[in-house]
Write a protein that binds this ligand. Structure first.
Ligand code: IPE
Ligand code: IPE
Ligand code: MG
Length: 241
């Protein structure tokens, strides 16, 4: 059986793949279930894609798990998502370690419930020495929140005399973002058919290749991930040159 995996050129892998994991609710509704059932099934896809990325040797995988706007969903759904999140992180920590995966998180963590934050920090701490894939969870994240925060911090440093106005350039701005030290995504995948960014990594995706698929997130498997990488490897990136 010919698979997309065999078609991947291992020497031209994207260093950083970011994913907007969308369509859990629709997937569940289509099956006659509650939206939360969709979120529960999305965990399998997270596991699959993380494993696929680690096996290929991709260095960074960023998963958009919860946006700042998602706080506006019904309380029962938000609570279920938070619980699912911390339970999964706790349960998966040994597997992450086994696969040398390092967990990182970006977003406004001050809005997370205490228990969730503690478990998240524990996993980040326990996987911090791993040298394989960096798995970046975008949690309570939005790009406008991140950029607004960066502007505030830069302004404070200008006022304090730490930064001069004429030192503010592309590189300096990047250093004030939550993604400091992480290369910009080469490939951004969004599942479930919507062709929009929904406030994700606006600064970082300036030259990212965008890939949209109809597949709902809970149906997304390793083969779907390999297919996206194959498509990426057929794109010609010009960076304006
Ligand atoms: C993605 O699925 C998960 C989160 C945004 C937390 P959705 O919950 O957005 O599912 P749809 O897009 O409504 O189907
Ligand atoms: C984007 O999906 C956020 C995440 C996947 C975490 P949404 O479902 O929240 O975005 P919209 O509402 O379709 O733009
Ligand atoms: Mg959605």
């Amino acid at each position: 059986m010919s698979t997309y995996k065999e078609k991947i050129d291992i020497n031209r892998l994207p260093a950083h793949v970011a994913i907007i994991m969308d369509g859990n609710g629709r997937w569940a509704k289509e099956k006659g279930y509650d939206r939360i059932f969709g979120h529960q099934n999305g965990v399998t896809s997270v596991r699959e894609v993380t494993e696929a990325a680690a096996e290929l040797g991709i260095k960074y995988l960023t998963l958009y798990a919860f946006s700042t706007e998602n706080w506006g969903r019904p309380k029962a759904e938000v609570d279920a998502l938070m619980e699912l999140l911390v339970d999964t992180i706790e349960k998966e920590t040994p597997t992450l370690n086994k696969n040398k995966v390092r967990l990182l998180a970006i977003g406004d963590m001050s809005r997370l419930p205490d228990a969730a934050l503690k478990k998240l920090e524990r996993c980040i701490d326990q996987t911090s020495q791993n040298s394989g894939l960096s798995l970046v969870l975008a949690l309570s994240y939005s790009a406008r929140w991140e950029l607004t925060n960066a502007i505030k911090k830069i302004s404070e440093d200008v006022v304090a005399g730490i930064v001069k106005t004429d030192q503010i350039n592309d590189l300096l701005v990047s250093e004030y973002l939550t993604t400091v030290g992480i290369p910009d995504p080469d490939l951004l995948i969004r599942t479930s058919g919507e062709s929009r960014i929904s406030n994700f990594l606006l600064w970082q995706i300036a030259y990212t290749e965008l890939y949209f698929t109809q597949t709902h997130w809970p149906d997304f498997r390793k083969e779907n991930f390999y297919e996206a990488i194959c498509e990426f490897q057929h794109r010609e990136r010009r960076f304006g040159k």
